[in-house]
Design a protein around this ligand. Structure first.
Ligand code: C2E
Ligand code: CA
Ligand code: CA
Ligand code: CA
Length: 274
């Protein structure tokens, strides 16, 4: 039993160092990926829940590794955050999204995701100001999606940055609403332009749970604050009917379209009107 234990331990150790090695390799690759132009953006439409007319696009980053192929954001964003690489990557996302949005035959906003780590970068507000000036995108056409992890830091610097960003004229959306611990108290501390209801609430809607009551309450909250509520991850007509009945003003999800490459945006604008 002792030998077996040792063998198990050794196996575990080997496994550990293998995965640490894999992780270190991913980090090295990530550093090179920006220079090697292995990233690209995909865009997912957001539409109003009644007419299904185009209301905006969310830009999502994609990494196609030369050897491994596509690496999911949920695998590499955390590493980019831990290593600080999210700062240059985030800048690239911002710049690329703005540059592409000015070419679209529509004036709907483009949304990008901002990591809490980007708020540790004192240059963030200047970077956004500079990219807007360089690309010529109207500030009102840029929407910044933040999660409550940004506000969790609860410091004056972050609050000041949010207000400075707002002062540039960009829109600020609260992403993944409802899954955190204190989403409600953050709504009180900062006036968001939009609430995005987390996909987990939508996924269970047609399974007869209490989620519809919760989604309705969140939509009413948005409505009484005078802001839009977007239901994330709407995949079925039934979910659409429920979130519409609950009062969500907008939807985003595979039902309308999965995220698509820059080349397909024109076709989406045509299909969804704007
Ligand atoms: P998120 O910001 O909540 O983005 C929505 C995610 O849900 C996207 O996954 C999108 O492809 C997926 N999705 C959209 N509609 C549906 C649906 O109907 N069903 C299902 N099952 N999924 C749907 P993706 O692109 O894999 O991104 C995952 C997460 O990675 C994002 O979650 C975001 O937190 C992060 N991420 C992606 N791009 C960026 C980026 O440029 N910067 C930062 N900081 N984070 C990013
Ligand atoms: Ca998002
Ligand atoms: Ca989200
Ligand atoms: Ca998320």
């Amino acid at each position: 039993a002792k030998a077996e234990g040792r063998a198990t331990y050794r196996f575990y150790e080997a496994d550990m160092s293998r995965s640490m090695e894999a992780r270190r390799q991913l980090e090295l690759d990530l550093r090179e990926a920006l220079a090697a132009e292995e990233f690209h953006l995909v865009f997912q439409p957001q539409v109003d829940s009644t007419g299904l007319k185009l209301a905006g696009f969310e830009a999502l980053v994609r990494w196609t590794h030369a050897l491994r192929g596509p690496v999911p954001p949920n695998d590499f964003i955390p590493i980019a955050e831990e290593t600080g690489l999210i700062v240059p990557l985030g800048r690239w996302v911002l710049e690329t999204a703005c540059r592409q949005a000015v070419t679209w035959a529509t004036s709907v906003p483009v949304a990008i995701n901002l990591s809490p780590v980007q708020f540790k970068d004192r240059q963030l507000v200047d970077t956004v100001r500079q990219v807007l000036a360089e690309t010529g995108l109207a500030p009102g056409r840029l929407e910044l999606e933040i999660t409550e992890a940004v506000l969790l830091q609860n410091d004056d610097v972050t609050m000041t940055m949010l207000h400075d960003l707002r002062a540039l004229g960009v829109r600020i959306a609260m992403d993944d609403f409802g899954v955190g611990y204190s989403s409600l108290s953050y709504l009180r501390r900062f006036r968001f332009d939009k609430i995005k209801i987390d996909r987990s609430f939508i996924a269970d809607l047609d399974r007869g749970t209490d989620n519809a009551a919760i989604v309705r309450a969140m939509a009413q909250l948005g409505s009484s604050l005078g802001i839009d509520t977007t239901a994330e991850g709407v995949e079925t007509d039934e979910q659409l009917a429920i979130v519409r009945a609950c009062g969500c003003t907008h939807i985003q999800g595979y039902l309308v379209s999965p995220p698509r490459g820059a080349m397909d945006v024109a076709a989406l604008i045509d299909r969804l009107g704007a």
